[in-house]
Design a protein around this ligand. Structure first.
Ligand code: XMP
Length: 295
């Protein structure tokens, strides 16, 4: 069996579960798609290497994903391309290390409901990559042990497996990563700007003891520039939106009522230290009618 790991709670729990069940017949694969948070890939690989008995294959595919996304602005098109490239990479690893008959992945129940109308009653809202991007003739049998669980149940399972608190209580992060948080066309430069702003936000949430109080948080880079002033000079730079929500399952969500002093500190730090950003906004929309991610 081959298992895709992203470092998120869903795939970590999936990997640890199948590792305990069939570790000798398992190979885990971590794909660095270049769309991860700052220093994320190194941290995840170090942690999983300690936890898994199965080998962990690291694939640096950042440039391939950037190439595949060049010029693409449509959110669904981004997801489909990312999903398809993920599968291509898995198939390549599988040919090299395999053959493998099964692919394990951490799809949850809400992913299915929101991505297909055949499982749940709702229309397709977003094609989540681990459901919507799969090609028709996938060469693996899919194994989705968390397919009927909600996030809180996955976390319980994570604790039962003895995974560390920080890993189990990690915020959800979308499979297509920062690709759906850089609105419009994705470039390496925009990803770097977003990574810095996001890191300041997340680090601040932890320092202010707010991280565990929100379901999910992150920064979004808007494809519009606005005028600002820095010292004596006029600036014409990008805007960053901070998004933080409370929720129990991601299906509905409220915007988090974060302290004004906290927002002020984060805004100042981002504008003063992230080159290319001169404006920070806070998203005060709930789901529905908005969604958590902007794309
Ligand atoms: P939305 O934006 O639909 O997000 O309110 C609900 C939850 O799902 C995550 N999300 C994704 N996860 N692939 C994923 O694996 C995706 O394409 C994707 N899109 C959204 C989102 O971060 C939130 O936790």
């Amino acid at each position: 069996m081959i298992c895709a790991v992203s470092g998120g709670v869903d795939s970590s729990v999936t990997a640890c579960l199948v590792d305990r069940a069939i570790g000798k017949n398992l190979v885990c694969v971590f794909v660095d798609n270049g769309l991860l948070r700052k220093n994320e890939a190194q941290k995840v690989v170090a942690l999983l290497n300690r936890q898994l008995s199965a080998p962990l294959v690291f694939v640096d595919a950042g440039q391939r994903f950037l190439d595949r996304l060049a010029g693409v602005t449509d959110p669904e098109e981004k997801r489909i391309r990312i999903g398809n490239l993920f599968i291509d990479v898995f198939e390549e690893v599988s040919q090299e290390k395999g053959p493998f008959e099964f692919l394990a992945q951490g799809t949850l129940y809400p992913d299915r409901i929101e991505s297909t109308s055949t499982v749940g009653p709702s229309a397709t809202i977003k094609s989540h990559h681990n459901v919507g991007g799969l090609p028709e003739k996938l060469n693996f049998h899919l194994v989705e042990p968390l397919g009927l669980l909600f996030k809180d149940e996955v976390r319980e399972l994570g604790f039962a497996l003895g995974l560390p608190r920080e890993q189990v209580l990690r915020h959800p992060f979308p499979g297509p990563g920062l690709a759906v948080r850089v609105l419009g066309e994705i470039t390496a430069k925009k990803l770097d700007i977003l990574r810095e702003a996001d890191d300041i936000f997340i680090e601040g949430l932890k320092r202010w003891d707010l991280y565990d109080k929100v379901w999910q948080a992150g920064a979004i880079l808007l494809p519009v520039r606005s005028v600002g002033v820095m010292g004596d000079a006029r600036t014409y730079d990008y805007s960053v939106v901070l998004r933080a929500v409370t929720s129990t399952d991601g299906m509905t969500a409220d915007w988090a009522k974060l302290d004004n002093a906290f927002l002020q500190e984060i805004s100042n730090r981002i504008i003063n230290s992230v080159t290319g950003v001169n404006r920070v906004a806070y998203d005060v929309s709930s789901k529905p009618p908005s969604t958590i991610e902007w794309e």
